[in-house]
Structures are given as structure tokens and as C-alpha cells.
Design a protein around this ligand. Structure first.
Ligand code: ATP
Length: 216
């Protein structure tokens, strides 16, 4: 029997979704051979800065962005829960649905890799998924401390085939384009009435303008 194809998830606040999300992931998908990437908009814990756009607006912007990008689909499970989103819990739910043999990849940017040791129950992540890491400008390649660097070195794998054969446990450091865009910068540019035309898809720009988002 063929092993099931690697399924990839990409979590984020997406306030709003932008080319810094889409383009590195498209490159990653070509490198490692992903047919589908599932975007997982998250619920933000009450002690963190809340998104400016509502959950429904963040979803609507994602839908606009992916309408002509068949690589992507969207999963609303984290928004449908009333509790903050912990990736480890979402992955446990997916594992329970898809079984122990399904290869699952969770996509993050380099900034998230560097702070992974602050994530809830982060040590269990690799028991549930592979981590697929996109480059992000402004963030060093080295981990925060020796212990984390050793952990990374133990799990890094360059052989893309293994990510499709093994259900979890590996880290792929993808050679993705450096896209210097953040949602924070986009929100600030809107506030200052500056153009965002090259930072996110036109359909998302149209949605933001009709909904009057990010005007302060
Ligand atoms: P904010 O500026 O509001 O913190 P963000 O632009 O960093 O938002 P998120 O929705 O918080 O976007 O990020 C979701 C995921 O996308 C994270 O894993 C993050 O590392 C990754 N990511 C965001 N922007 C980039 C980028 N420009 N290049 C690579 N990865 C990115």
C-alpha cells in the first residue's frame, strides 16, 4: 500500500494574510512536494494582543487570498473552539482523526522556530508532526541556546522523501524566499494611509477597504 501523502497545516493569526505567508509556503510546497496546505486561523489567548479584524473577517480575507490558489484550503477548527489555540491540542485532534500513520507537517516561520520552546507542551510537537520551517528575514539561523540548538540538530532532515514516509518527528529547514512582510507592518501602513499594494493580494486589499479595516 502507498503511504498517505504528507498533509501540511499552517497556523497563524492572519490579521491580515499577506505575501509573507503565501510565497514562502508556495516555495516550500514545491520543494517538499505538498499537494495541499491547510490554513488554520487561530483563536488568540486573552492575555495576548487581540487581532484587529474579527475571526469572520480574518477568515473572509483568507478566502479571498486563496480563491485562485488551489494549493491552499482552510480549516476553522481552532476558531470553532471557545478556548485559546494550542497547536499541540489541535494536532492531537487531527492525529485522532487521521490515524497514527498519516504523515503530518506543521509549517512555521523562522521566528516561530526560535521561540518554539515557549509554546505549550512544545516537546510533544514532534511526536505529532514534522515541522516545516520557512525562512524569515531578520531572524538568525541559530537557536536561542545550546539545548535548543542540539534539539534542532537531532531532528533536522534534508531527505524530503522521509517526510512522506514517516508520520512525524523530523524538521525541514526549507530554502524559501525571504519576504520581508509582517501583518504588524501592514496594519501600521493602513493606519498611516500608506499603500500596501505589493504586500498582499489585491482581493484582500479590496476586502480591507470595503470593510474599513485597520483605520484605527
Ligand atoms: P504579526 O505581525 O501580527 O505578528 P505575522 O505577519 O507574523 O503577524 P502570523 O499570522 O502571526 O503573521 O504568522 C503565522 C505564521 O506565519 C508564523 O509561523 C510566522 O512565523 C509565519 N510568517 C509570518 N510572516 C512571515 C514571513 N514574512 N516570512 C516567513 N514566515 C512568516
Amino acid at each position: 500500500m502507498n503511504s498517505p501523502a504528507l498533509q501540511a497545516l499552517f497556523g497563524g493569526t492572519f490579521d491580515p494574510i499577506h505575501y509573507g505567508h503565501l510565497r514562502p509556503v508556495e516555495a516550500l510546497a514545491r520543494q517538499i512536494g505538498l499537494q495541499q496546505v491547510t490554513l488554520l486561523p487561530n483563536n488568540v489567548p486573552p492575555h495576548k494582543p487581540q487581532p484587529e479584524a474579527s475571526a469572520a473577517q480574518r477568515v473572509a480575507m483568507i478566502e479571498q487570498a486563496i480563491a485562485d490558489r488551489p494549493l491552499f484550503n482552510i480549516d476553522l477548527r481552532e476558531l470553532q473552539r471557545q478556548t485559546p489555540s494550542y497547536t499541540v491540542e489541535t494536532l492531537r485532534g487531527l492525529r485522532a482523526e487521521r490515524g497514527p500513520q498519516q504523515p503530518v507537517g506543521f509549517i512555521i516561520g523562522q521566528d516561530s522556530l526560535l521561540t518554539l520552546h515557549h509554546w505549550h507542551q512544545w516537546q510533544e510537537l514532534l511526536e505529532l508532526c514534522h515541522l516545516l520551517v520557512c525562512k524569515r528575514p531578520g531572524y538568525p539561523a541559530e537557536m536561542a541556546n545550546e539545548e535548543m540548538q542540539n534539539w534542532l540538530d537531532r531532528h533536522v532532515c534534508r531527505d524530503t522523501a522521509r517526510f512522506h514516509q514517516q508520520p512525524h518527528g523530523l524538521i525541514y529547514l526549507a530554502d524559501t524566499p525571504m519576504i520581508n512582510i509582517s501583518a504588524t507592518e501592514i496594519r501600521q501602513r493602513y493606519l498611516q494611509k500608506q499603500s500596501c499594494s505589493d504586500l498582499l493580494p489585491d482581493a484582500v486589499i479590496d476586502y480591507i477597504s470595503h470593510a474599513g479595516l485597520y483605520r484605527g
